[in-house]
Design a protein. Structure first.
Length: 264
C-alpha cells in the first residue's frame, strides 16, 4: 500500500513550563500542507526501510506496532529534512496507518503514535488541530483553508536539536506568562473567520527569525517559524503573491510554494 505523508506547519506555538514527564506544556495549532513524502509499506520477513538512510522513526513506529512479521518500507522524500515541518513524524504516522490497514486485526493507533513522537498523532487526524498537553492531545479546529503557503529554508540553516531549543527557552525563562499567552491564542483562534484573521495568532514562543519580517514586507499576512525551526513560512492570499515574494527573497534560501491539505 502507498500513501502520502504530508508536511505540517505550526500556525502558533505557545510553550509553558516543564511537566512531570520532562516534556513541556504547550498549546499549538497544527496545519497540514500539500507538500508530502510518499510512503509504500508491504509485509516482509524482516523490517527494512529504503530510500532514506537517515530514518529511525519509521522503523521504531513499525516495531512498536507489534505485527507478527516485518515490513518493507520505501520512502520518497519531498519534505526538507530537519526543517520544522514534521516530515519524520508524518512518515511514521503514514507507515503506521498503511501497515495497520494490512493487519488481520487493525489496532488503535493514537496512543501508540504518541509514544513514537509528539507530532505523530496529528498526522492520523484530518484537518487542522489544536494540540495541548505535550502536543498529543488534539481537538479539531475550524480554520479557513483558502490561502497559499510559502516556505523558506534559509541558506546555511542547521536545525538545532529540539532538546537544545527547549533548553534555551528554559534558560531565558520563556515559560513566564504561559497561561495568559495560551488564553490569548485560544481567543484569537475563536475569532478566525477569514485567512487574514490568522495574523492575530501569537508568534512562536520557541524561535523567531528576521526573515518572517521580510515575508511580511513582501505581502504575507502572517509569517513565522514553524516548530523548532529553521524553516520560515509566509501565508498569502494567492499563488501570484507568494511567487512574487519568492522572487524578491530568493537570495535568502530555498523555497516551496504549497497550499493547505485537509488529510494525508
Amino acid at each position: 500500500m502507498t500513501g502520502p505523508a504530508p508536511a505540517k506547519i505550526n500556525l502558533a506555538l505557545v510553550v509553558g513550563p516543564t511537566r512531570d514527564d520532562g516534556k513541556h506544556e504547550l498549546v499549538t495549532v497544527y496545519q497540514r500542507l500539500d507538500l508530502a513524502d510518499r510512503i509504500t509499506v508491504e509485509p516482509a520477513d524482516v523490517t527494512r526501510v529504503e530510500g532514506f538512510a537517515e530514518d529511525t522513526i519509521v522503523r521504531a513506529a513499525l516495531e512498536a506496532l507489534g505485527a507478527p512479521h516485518g515490513w518493507r518500507v520505501r520512502i520518497s522524500k519531498k519534505i526538507p529534512v530537519a526543517a520544522g515541518l514534521g516530515g519524520g513524524s508524518s512518515d511514521a504516522a503514514t507507515a503506521l496507518r498503511l501497515a495497520n490497514a494490512q493487519l488481520d486485526e487493525p489496532r488503535p493507533l493514537d496512543e501508540l503514535a504518541a509514544r513514537v513522537g509528539a507530532d505523530v498523532p496529528f498526522f492520523l487526524h484530518d484537518g487542522p488541530q489544536l494540540g495541548t498537553g505535550d502536543g498529543t492531545t488534539l481537538e479539531p479546529v475550524d480554520l479557513p483553508q483558502d490561502f497559499v503557503v510559502l516556505l523558506l529554508l534559509p541558506h546555511g540553516a542547521r536545525k538545532e536539536s529540539t532538546a537544545s531549543v527547549y533548553a534555551a527557552f528554559d534558560e531565558r525563562g520563556g515559560e513566564a506568562g504561559f497561561d495568559e499567552r495560551a488564553a490569548a491564542l485560544r481567543d484569537a483562534l475563536a475569532r478566525v473567520r477569514r485567512p487574514r484573521d490568522l495574523a492575530a495568532l501569537p508568534p512562536n514562543d520557541l524561535v523567531s527569525s528576521p526573515l518572517a519580517g521580510e515575508l511580511l514586507t513582501q505581502g504575507a499576512f502572517r509569517a513565522d517559524v514553524s516548530g523548532a525551526g529553521p524553516i520560515v513560512y509566509g501565508l498569502f492570499h494567492g499563488v501570484a503573491e507568494a511567487k512574487r515574494a519568492r522572487r524578491a527573497l530568493r537570495r535568502h534560501g530555498r523555497f516551496w510554494v504549497t497550499i493547505p491539505a485537509w488529510y494525508g
